[in-house]
Design a protein around this ligand. Structure first.
Ligand code: NAP
Ligand code: ZN
Ligand code: ZN
Length: 349
């Protein structure tokens, strides 16, 4: 076993604190990664607070993991010591089901192994990236863009792919009008990626406070959803709306902003059921859909795209000792636009 230092929540809603645990010994297909940076995703807050039930404690969160290969098992062919690598939201899957076989492992129905708050096939709980190292099968490890700063690339591994995948699936590009609801960790990546793909990109934010940021990130338009005029003005305007918000909102109002045949895609995860009327869907042949992260192949494609197009996350680096404060600030939408933990700070704990 490999002794590993990290930060964990010991129970639901508990503050995170220093925690020591064991990683498995390296197997022949494994890559041992020294973690340099890990992004703070809002999902971690939902899970640490056990908002959806079933959380496993102690919990070491973190699924936007960027680091450097420390060593490789004897059968590893894709990576070597010193490579810049990443790990996203899952570290294994069944590898046999139709979804795994077609490269959409995130929808594996048999045995997706989440990076944290999950269980390996043998039942061992998984621990995530708020830690000094991780051991992962090479088939679930990503190659990070060589020429971009590693810290700012960490959030691509969840926030980036969660927006890239639906943007690609619903064919965002030139001639398409795309709206992103919520300018947070996911939303700001959505703006950058939709813009890079050539779509006309609009931010729908609670207020106009982030307007100048939105424009800088690549948005063509920016509207406040607190202003009723926004909904009157933008009726039947968008081909695609991606909703990154996890708070309660009037979904029917947003469906009215879609053109005929437009789609609204849910990626934010509200705690409560969402009330949807039939008529906003019927009167416009509109679709309401959901989307989860992306498969390994698509995540690599996204990282390569970001490498070529110079797309990174806007980050605020934090030491791990301030992770609980960072959570509070995420809850207040007070981060521009993703916290990334500098794992070198763990040495001081
Ligand atoms: P985040 O950084 O907190 O961003 C969420 C944004 O939602 C905020 O920046 C804010 O944008 C908006 N918002 C917050 N409170 C609101 C309210 N009361 N009413 C309306 N809008 C509000 O969170 P994130 O890390 O981007 O994650 C967003 C959600 O996606 C979470 O639920 C997370 O679990 C989920 N998620 C899903 C996937 C997936 O695969 N589907 C992957 C990762 C995360 P404005 O200030 O611009 O209004
Ligand atoms: Zn995430
Ligand atoms: Zn599978």
């Amino acid at each position: 076993m490999i002794k590993t230092k990290g930060y964990a929540a010991m129970a639901a809603k508990a503050a995170l604190g220093p925690f020591s645990f064991d990683r498995r010994e390296r197997r022949e297909n494994d890559v041992v990664i020294d973690i340099k940076y890990c992004g703070i995703c809002h999902s971690a807050i939902h899970q640490v607070r056990d908002e959806r039930g079933g959380s496993i404690f102690p919990m070491v969160p973190g699924h936007e993991i960027a680091g450097v290969v420390a060593s490789i098992g004897g059968k590893v062919t894709k990576f070597k010591a010193g490579d810049k690598v990443g790990v996203g939201c899952f570290v294994d899957s069944c590898r046999k089901c139709p979804e795994c076989r077609s490269g959409i492992e995130q929808y594996c129905g048999e045995g997706l192994v989440l990076t944290y708050n999950g269980r390996e096939h043998d039942g061992t709980p998984t621990f995530g990236g708020y830690s000094e190292s991780i051991v992962v099968d090479e088939n679930y490890v990503l190659r990070m863009p060589d020429d971009l700063p590693l810290a700012a690339c960490a959030p691509l591994l969840c926030a980036g792919i969660t927006l890239y995948s639906p943007l690609m699936h619903w064919q965002a590009g030139p001639g398409k009008k795309v709206a992103i609801i919520g300018l947070g960790g996911l939303g700001h990546m959505g703006v950058k990626l939709a813009h890079a793909l050539g779509a006309e990109t609009t931010v729908l934010s609670q207020s106009l406070k982030k307007q100048s940021d939105g424009k800088r990130l690549g948005a063509d338009h920016f509207h406040a959803t607190s202003d009723p005029q926004t909904f009157a003005r933008l009726q039947r305007y968008f081909d695609l709306i991606i909703n990154t918000v996890s708070a309660e909102m009037d979904w029917n109002q947003y469906l009215g902003l879609l053109k005929v045949d437009g789609s609204m895609v849910v990626v934010g995860a509200p705690e409560k059921q969402i009330p949807i009327g039939a008529f906003p869907l019927i009167m416009g042949r509109r679709s309401l859909a959901g989307s989860a992260i992306g498969g390994i192949q698509e995540t690599q494609e996204m990282l390569d795209f970001c490498g070529k197009r110079n797309v990174v996350s806007d980050i605020e680096i934090t030491p791990i000792q301030k992770v609980n404060e960072a959570y509070e600030r995420v809850l207040k939408s007070d981060v521009r636009y993703r916290f990334v933990i500098d794992m070198a700070s763990l040495k001081a704990s």
